[in-house]
Design a protein around this ligand. Structure first.
Ligand code: NDP
Length: 296
């Protein structure tokens, strides 16, 4: 059996189209243009690439994009002052501080200084608490993208056994909360989990968010299970030429697709959904700020 490919790139394009049509209605009916501010401190090359593509897609869906590029030595006080200014600015509906921050800046302090209503990454402690108690919140983009793909494929997730490998605050824990919210029976696995293969073999849904290239082999996957591979790992690809690299996930795609019922590829799976969900969250934040009905 070969699994159905869950095409995140195509799905993300449809999510962005829906956001764009909603934005156009906001403009024509209410004179509102959503604004997303992205703050980048320092010159981490991967972060620069992410910020550039976020900015480009923000503009493509008709929103205003504001980029604040700060020097790597920026003081905490200056960064907090900028966030305070953005919190008060009515033309800004979403604020995203690109992580990781340089070591001298306290990430928790910085994230928790963002107005929770504008916290489109969903990392503010209030949003974490709201999600954890099943209340309306801003949901972190990557797990939200995974949930949307799972709902699209399964319809209802109720009663399914889900295993999330990884317990980070950014992916693993919010993912587990979202699956619980959709009535899955959820297991969170991590580096201290005993007999990981056995745990994974029980799952109808496997979400791998570890950061270890191809660590989940196909024979851990139950026949017909759905596999969501969050991992993005760059490995050497000598077959493409000297010094060349390629991206792989945390799951061994070639063997996993033989057992899985459905699987996301890397690249082209979860990655594109993350930015689409950032735009969807910015739209949601704009509607909430203006007392308008939220998009589904
Ligand atoms: P973290 O490093 O914060 O967390 C990794 C988790 O994996 C930890 O909980 C760790 O356990 C667990 N882990 C490590 N080794 C093992 C092991 N051998 N067996 C079981 N569990 C293990 O990573 P993130 O959550 O931030 O990211 C995970 C992956 O997802 C990365 O590849 C990252 O690049 C990717 N990513 C992709 C995004 C996208 O848009 N597609 C967005 C965000 C992340 P412990 O807690 O015990 O140490």
């Amino acid at each position: 059996m070969t699994a159905k490919l869950l095409d995140g790139k195509a799905f993300a394009a449809t999510v962005r189209e829906k956001v764009a049509s909603h934005v156009s209605k906001l403009k024509s009916e209410h004179g509102i243009t959503p604004g997303l501010a992205v703050v980048l401190v320092g010159e981490d090359p991967a972060s620069q690439v992410y910020v550039r593509s976020k900015g480009k897609m923000t503009v493509e869906v008709g929103m205003n994009s504001y980029e604040h590029k700060l020097d790597a030595n920026t003081s905490e006080a200056d960064l907090l002052a900028l966030i305070e200014k953005l919190n008060k600015d009515e033309s800004i509906n979403g604020i995203l501080v690109q992580l990781p921050l340089p070591d001298h800046l306290n990430e928790d302090l910085v994230i928790n200084s963002i107005d929770p209503v504008k916290d489109v990454d969903g990392f503010h402690i209030s949003n974490v608490g709201l999600l954890g108690t099943g209340q309306k919140s801003m949901v972190p983009c990557t797990p939200l993208g995974c949930l949307m793909m799972l709902r699209e494929h399964h319809g209802s997730l109720s009663g399914l056994d889900a295993v999330v490998i990884g317990r980070s605050n950014i992916v693993g824990k919010p993912m587990a909360n979202l699956l619980l919210g959709d009535s899955c029976t959820v297991t969170i696995a991590h580096s201290r989990t005993k007999d990981l293969p056995d745990v994974v073999r029980r799952a109808d849904i496997v979400v791998a968010a570890v950061g270890r290239p191809e660590m989940v082999p196909g024979d851990w996957i139950k026949k017909g299970a759905t596999v969501i591979d969050v991992g993005i790992n760059r490995i050497p690809a000598p077959e493409k030429g000297e010094g060349k690299t390629r991206l792989v996930g945390d799951v061994d795609f070639a063997t996993a697709k033989e057992n899985a019922g459905a699987i996301t590829p890397v690249p082209g799976g979860v990655g594109p959904m993350t930015i689409a969900c950032l735009l969807a969250n910015t739209l949601t934040a704009t509607c909430r700020a203006n007392g308008l009905e939220e998009p589904e």
